[in-house]
Write a protein that binds this ligand. Structure first.
Ligand SMILES: *Cc1c(COP(=O)(O)O)cnc(C)c1O
Length: 422
């Protein structure tokens, strides 16, 4: 697209934006003068859809009116509540409905998945992960290694980026080749939370499966931001949270994908609970565990409906907007941010996110070679909500559902003012 560096142009893009009506369906934090903050932190906590409040209130009301009978009599009964979420969730991650479940939280699900998909032998016992994986993922794999009696210092294989910036698939391939007989599991965070790089999951999966290595993805920064095509690429499992790009509220539930090829595998080890048991006989009690033949077998508990209802609200907004349309706006919106930053012609500004739109989501990680955190503090004072990563990176994530081209334009104007006029 041909962009221009004027407010008028930004406004004209907003005018043409088929998703513009969704902005008013979210609550924006306010500045002192009552105007909206420039919110670019959907990679950390997505804004509240107004529908969430309506739905949460509805559950409180149902509980008030029905008591225990809400499990069956509420308009959206609590017993099968998770089932209302699976289909819209499955579309967003490119999976079948039977492969996707909303349950627990991300790090918990990661451990549950490793119970099933990290099954080391004395020889084939290593785990591969990227070097700047999110801390929780690292602690997860380290503790799984220790749990099985292995040593993380020896048995964790680390994928490093070549020039301290981009990860190369050729390096990944070489590492897997080198450790092919010892690797039991590959776990990759996609997209990378720090640089915003999106890895070719099909390539990674194919490479691992060639050597009979299980492969799982942490889509915390990917879900709602890129289309991972989980079923088609054949990943064994994936986990994610719903409070970042999926806007379902602080600490809200996680999601989980298990490929259907594993659903009928009777030999697969799994931690089990009553919510994974066949629904028709669940309440007969005292019966041998009879797993549901889908990802639902991995559920443990009856879920927290108050959080789930916020997930339902969020997924409805995604459904109404259409995920393809969201992704297409995301490319132009982030492309516009990139264009405006480059137009500053500032040698001390370095975008460490890949330039290729297919290798990133909406987030740009901007490195300021000459700045310290005071730059970020000034942006915050000027009403910009982004986030700072030591030593000198600001992550800015324009979310296509609620951010406008004008937001992006105003952000760069503020940055310009602080750097060159302040
Ligand atoms: C946000 C994030 C998490 C957070 O895990 P919780 O269990 O939801 O606290 C984990 N991993 C990655 C890659 C993340 O980005």
């Amino acid at each position: 697209m041909n962009y221009h560096n004027t407010l008028g142009f930004a406004k004209s893009l907003d005018e043409k934006d088929t998703l513009k009506r969704f902005r008013s369906q979210f609550y924006f934090p306010k500045q002192h003068d009552g105007s909206n903050k420039l919110y670019f932190c959907g990679n950390s906590l997505g804004l509240q859809p107004k529908l969430a409040k309506t739905y949460v209130n509805k559950v409180l009301e149902d509980w008030q009116i029905y008591g225990v009978d809400g499990h069956t009599d509420a308009e959206f009964p609590w017993m099968p509540y998770h089932e209302f979420l699976s289909q819209p969730m499955a579309k967003i991650v490119g999976a079948k409905e039977s492969e996707v479940i909303i349950m627990n939280t991300l790090s918990v699900n990661l451990h549950l998945m490793m119970v099933s998909f990290y099954r080391p032998t004395v020889k084939k016992r290593k785990i591969l992960i990227e070097t700047d994986a999110f801390p929780s993922d690292l602690y997860g794999v380290q503790s799984q290694l220790k749990f099985h009696g292995f040593d993380p210092d020896e048995d964790l294989v680390i994928w490093q980026p070549k020039n301290n910036q981009y990860y190369e698939l050729s390096d990944f391939d070489a590492l897997v080749d080198q450790h092919r007989d010892e690797l039991a599991l590959v776990l990759i965070g996609n997209t990378n939370y720090y640089t915003g790089q999106f890895f070719d999951m099909k390539h990674i999966t194919k490479k691992c499966h060639h050597y009979d290595i299980s492969v799982g993805f942490d889509l915390a920064h990917g879900v709602g931001n890129i289309q991972p095509h989980l079923h088609e690429i054949g990943a064994d499992f994936a986990v994610w949270c719903t409070y970042k790009y999926l806007n379902s509220g602080p600490g809200s539930l996680g999601g989980c994908f298990i490929h259907e090829k594993h659903h009928k595998d009777k030999a697969i080890p799994r931690f089990e609970g009553w919510w994974g048991h066949d629904k028709t006989t669940r309440f007969n009690m005292r019966q041998a565990f009879n797993p549901i033949e889908s990802v639902e077998a991995w559920q443990l508990s009856n879920p927290p409906i108050l959080s789930m209802t916020a997930v339902r609200a969020s997924l409805e907004v995604f459904e109404e907007a259409g995920f393809e349309t969201i992704l297409s706006k995301s490319k132009s919106l982030t492309g516009y941010l990139e264009y405006l930053l480059k137009d500053l012609n500032d040698n001390n500004i370095n975008i460490i996110t890949p330039k290729n739109p297919d290798e990133r989501g909406c987030q740009l990680s901007i490195q300021f070679l000459d700045a310290d955190k005071s730059l970020f503090d000034k942006l915050t004072q000027a009403g910009v909500v982004a986030d700072w990563r030591e030593p000198q990176v600001i992550r800015v994530a324009p979310a296509p559902l609620y951010n406008s081209f004008e937001d992006v334009y105003q952000f760069v104007q503020i940055l310009k003012h602080i750097r060159y006029a302040g």
